[in-house]
Design a binder for this molecule. Structure first.
Ligand SMILES: Nc1ncnc2c1ncn2[C@@H]1O[C@H](COP(=O)(O)OP(=O)(O)OP(=O)(O)O)[C@@H](O)[C@H]1O
Ligand SMILES: [Mg+2]
Length: 379
């Protein structure tokens, strides 16, 4: 039967029409039929037919380890594999091999059909894809490092500036020959100490980011009103100097939240500074920042609004993405809001920014309270 198949013209023509290499091996791995492609790819001096395939293709004295044809003969089931070979010009080529056992009409195994496809292009493409993915991963790591460094610089510059302003103001008194009251010095030193705490928290936060930890543990019970008051106090003199009035409307009935007070203050300060910078852009005798808290529909809501220039069209849709800024020429890095966003999300809260109907912008933060108004646990 095997001879009949191998000698058949139709079979011969069909096999030659196939652009991949096809051959039939007997039970001893001797080539009894090979199509033109098989001869083209693997023939050396002698024709393949009549040779042991391992000798003809690889110049070996025994079957290749893991040879799919050898396995298909032993296991009497189809097998597949891939092997690498150098072509006549010494270039590496990859071949995908499929071996199908051939049975006679009584079900006895008589041969194996070997189909070999040149997979060099596919494997090269996959290798290039892998290399490209690795390069992108490396670049992303590098750019996140750049973003992180920029973020640290940005965040640390705020407490450092505040410390500079506070200490300079003490020195100013002395230079003017005015000896400040101990209480005044104590108050300024307390502010300096708070700013150092802030810088310390930022460094801790960055350390935790580097260690891929969760953001700092949110273990303190905070009152959002206190957070707002403390943050507003820290920038109060700056706001005054910019001719801005702060209007507070803080709900007396605010359930506590679980949060990191220092980081929440940082978020509020960032929003206040943005509001101040927006007000710097307008000429007005009535520059206002509103700070409003309320308990609304089960959420604790903080709104920071201003009557400044409002959100520009080019930033309004992606405010919280890093490096989105309209202040490039003024040294803005577009990192403040992305930092605020990460703090707010770390608290399981939400933030949104929108333009007011009558000018300016409002940022709304919504927190889940720890208890309801009556002190009952809500989570
Ligand atoms: N209160 C606001 N009013 C108008 N535009 C705002 C306000 N807050 C933010 N924006 C806009 O959103 C942009 C992004 O703000 P973000 O705080 O992220 O960066 P930045 O203030 O430009 O720079 P950085 O905070 O890094 O110094 C700002 O450049 C500004 O265009
Ligand atoms: Mg900003």
């Amino acid at each position: 039967m095997l001879e009949r198949i191998a000698g058949s013209d139709i079979f011969h023509n069909v096999c030659n029409a196939i652009q991949d290499a096809v051959c039939i091996l007997d039970r001893n791995l001797t080539v009894i039929q090979a199509n033109l492609t098989m001869e083209k790819w693997f023939r050396k001096e002698k024709p393949l037919v009549g040779q042991k395939c391992y000798m003809a293709v690889k110049g070996q004295s025994g079957p290749c380890p893991d040879c799919p044809c050898d396995k298909a003969l032993k296991l009497e089931s189809p097998q597949a594999g891939i092997f690498k070979k150098h072509d006549a010009k010494g270039r590496s080529r990859w071949y995908e091999v499929h071996a199908f056992p051939l049975f006679d009409k009584d079900g006895s195994l008589i041969a194996v059909v070997n189909h070999i496809r040149d997979a060099t292009l596919r494997i090269e493409a996959e290798r290039q894809q892998l290399e490209a993915t690795a390069k992108i991963a490396k670049a992303e790591k590098l750019s996140s490092l750049v973003a992180l460094t920029a973020g640290i610089t940005h965040e640390l510059s705020q407490p450092l500036n505040a410390i500079k302003v506070l200490t300079d103001s003490i020195l100013f008194w002395f230079r003017r020959g005015r000896i400040p009251e101990p209480e005044e010095i104590k108050a300024k030193l307390q502010d300096v100490s708070n700013q150092v705490d802030r810088a310390d928290q930022i460094i801790k936060h960055v350390r935790s980011l580097i260690r891929h930890e969760q953001p700092s543990e949110l273990i303190t019970l905070c009152n959002l009103n206190e957070v707002v008051n403390k943050a507003a106090n820290l920038v109060a003199s700056q706001l005054r100097a910019h001719g801005i009035t702060v209007q507070k409307d803080l709900s007396a009935q605010l359930p506590p939240i679980k949060g990191d007070e220092i980081r929440l203050q940082e978020a509020v300060i960032n929003l206040l500074v943005n509001a101040m910078q927006s007000l710097d852009e307008i000429e007005s005798a009535d520059k206002k920042i509103g700070l409003k808290t309320r308990f609304y529909e089960g959420n604790i809501v903080l709104e920071i609004s201003d009557n400044g220039v409002g959100l520009a069209d080019e930033v309004v849709d992606n405010l919280f993405e890093p490096f989105i800024t309209t202040k490039l020429s003024r040294g803005g890095m577009g990192l403040g809001l992305s930092y605020v966003y990460s703090i707010v999300r770390a608290h399981g809260a939400h933030i949104a920014g929108r333009n007011n109907d009558n000018g300016g912008a409002t940022f709304q933060l919504r927190f889940q309270p720890l208890t309801d108004l009556k002190g009952g646990k809500v989570r």
